[in-house]
Design a protein around this ligand. Structure first.
Ligand code: G4P
Length: 539
């Protein structure tokens, strides 16, 4: 090989590696109202990605919106705009993947979690650990995703900090390690002592923090502390920090990266307090793009060959153009515009002329992207969630879960002339992951299963407005959908035969048992020990 060419390859490889090393892709998760949107916005302000507060709209669908479909449409618009928010900070490229707040859209969030390398969990100091947070952290724990905890709203009265840490550990099943510690709260909130940087950070409301509000205090025993806070507060802080140091594990980046301990920060997002400390620590410790597991092998981000998977699809944002946007997480190699790639499931070559990134309300066509990045691909119906796109290798990414729905309805066509439209609409909405479709073996009737009731309204509305189809839902008595399989073929056939009225197939042709009640499910499990019952189906 000529010398120049070698040199070129070497510098190219270095640049490629540097690009991967400078990426941090994460999600902020919380129960609605804990402050996820506010924190996201403050992080974007630090990154200079937005100039004014209020630019990031909350994507939560308010409770009152159940019958307000325009609101749902508006939220879908916001949600696509804020799907991935990228910004530069200290030479790093940070990608925040947005997750819907409403619990009826939790499945969307679960799938987004497959596309990140770490998460920040926001907890309201007064409310403590709430239900939605518990469920989301459980998914992170299953994957050993590194977690940082941000306890928010310290400007308000809340739970005792030690009690709160106990609650976080017991309800979320994680081990914590405080890296900052609050001095008072509510009216008496004075600031935090940052143990990671050994700095006292004094609180001023409304984000008016100045550099002199940050004082380096390497030794808490030093009387200098009393210059900034009262003697009583200083004594309390010394005692509490001493307790922390003796009770909680010492922070190491390795144990955080393994998901074994979670650093905790305290602050107030709306006052922009504690947010910079959180971000500065995050960029130092958060993982670079991690390898991904496929059925065939582990894909390393530094491989030259490109690969990625679709974790989210947004359809018909503009009813005049039947366009959909598939969100692709890049897992290895460099993605380039107008280059031929393999759509693995369809076994055909595709190229993308307008790969897009989204930023608050702006979108931009990009020429290249690297592992850790997410690109939006315009699509006319080729993608479903979980699809792999590669330079040519047949890869199937694992771990993109399809959760057991909790609500079920028969879907009936009310306009015989629009049967085709209904079929197409239902198929496409299912590809998008809005809900799951089951076809009963005995009758061929179609059943839609969702995680929340709101989805039925969304589906009915979107079928009408986007496909011109008219559907009605009819109640059906199903308690749970379980994916079933067995290594023993004859035992499995017997089970299918015995339970034939409750057997269906999902969209991919997998067998599903639609248990009418908890008792019937238990009976089926007891009577058919050779059959495995799964409550999630990894695509
Ligand atoms: P979410 O995305 O997690 O659902 O929460 P979001 O950021 O929308 O915040 C929920 C509410 O909590 C908002 O008030 C927000 O201003 C407030 N909030 C966020 N951080 C803090 C904090 O550190 N301290 C206090 N006291 N409040 C905080 P809202 O009244 O619902 O909305 P808005 O009218 O203020 O926008």
């Amino acid at each position: 090989m000529p010398k120049r060419c070698l040199y070129f390859n070497f510098t190219y490889a270095m640049k490629f590696e540097d690009e991967i090393n400078r990426r941090r892709t994460f999600a902020i998760i919380s129960h609605p109202d804990a402050g996820k949107t506010t924190l996201t916005e403050k992080l974007l302000l630090f990154g200079g990605a937005i100039q004014v507060a209020g630019a990031v709209k909350s994507n939560k669908i308010k409770k009152t919106a159940t019958s307000d479909f325009m609101e749902i449409e508006k939220q879908r618009g916001i949600s696509v705009a804020t799907s991935v928010m990228g910004f530069e900070y200290r030479d790093l490229k940070i990608n925040i993947l947005d997750t819907p707040g409403h619990k009826d859209f939790a499945e969307d969030t679960y799938r987004t979690l497959t596309a990140v390398d770490s998460v920040i969990v926001v907890i309201d100091v007064a409310k403590g650990v709430e239900e939605q947070t518990e469920k989301l952290v459980e998914v992170c724990r299953m994957r050993n995703t590194p977690i940082i905890v941000f306890i928010n709203k310290l400007d308000r009265e809340g739970k005792d900090s030690f009690d709160l840490l106990d609650e976080v550990e017991s309800k979320l099943g994680i081990h914590v390690c405080p890296l900052s510690w609050p001095i008072g709260m509510g009216q008496r909130f004075k600031g935090v002592y940052n143990m990671y940087e050994k700095k006292l950070v004094l609180f001023r409301p409304h984000g008016k923090q100045e550099e002199e509000d940050k004082v380096e205090i390497n030794d808490l025993a030093s009387p200098e502390l009393e210059q900034y806070i009262t003697a009583r507060q200083a004594a309390e802080l010394r005692e509490e920090v001493h307790t922390i140091e003796s009770v909680y594990p010492h922070f190491t980046r390795e144990s955080y990266l393994k998901g074994a301990i979670s650093p905790v920060f305290f602050g107030s997002a709306v006052n922009n307090f504690g947010v910079k400390e959180l971000l500065d620590c995050f960029v130092e410790i958060a993982p670079t793009p991690l390898p991904r597991q496929t059925e065939e092998r582990v894909v390393d981000p530094y491989e030259a060959q490109f690969s990625g998977f679709v974790f989210k699809i947004h359809a018909n944002m503009d009813p005049k153009h039947r366009d959909r946007i598939a969100f692709l997480r890049i897992c290895s190699g460099k993605f380039e515009r107008n280059t031929n790639y393999l759509h693995v499931r369809q076994n055909r070559t595709m190229k993308f002329s307008n790969p897009t990134t989204f930023m608050a309300e702006k979108k931009e066509v990009i020429d290249e992207a690297f592992p850790g990045d997410v690109v939006g691909l315009y699509d006319s119906g080729n993608f479903v969630i979980g699809d792999a796109v590669t330079s040519g290798e047949s890869l199937h990414f694992k771990g993109i879960p399809s959760f057991s729905p909790e609500m079920f309805r028969y879907v009936n066509n009310t306009d015989p002339l629009k049967q085709k439209q209904l079929q197409k609409g239902v198929d496409q909405l299912m590809d998008e992951g809005v809900a799951q479709l089951f076809t009963k073996e005995s009758t061929g009737r179609k059943i839609i299963g969702t995680v929340g009731a709101l989805q039925f309204d969304v589906i009915q509305y979107r079928l009408k407005h986007e496909y011109g189809a008219s559907a009605q839902f009819e109640p059906v008595n199903i308690y749970k959908a379980c994916w079933v399989r067995s290594k023993n073929e004859s035992a499995f056939q017997e089970f299918l035969q015995r339970r034939k009225n409750d057997i269906a197939k999902d969209k991919h042709g997998n067998w599903v048992f639609l248990a009418p009640s908890a008792w019937m499910l238990q009976m089926a499990q007891e009577n058919h020990p050779e059959v495995e019952f799964h409550f999630t189906n990894e695509l």
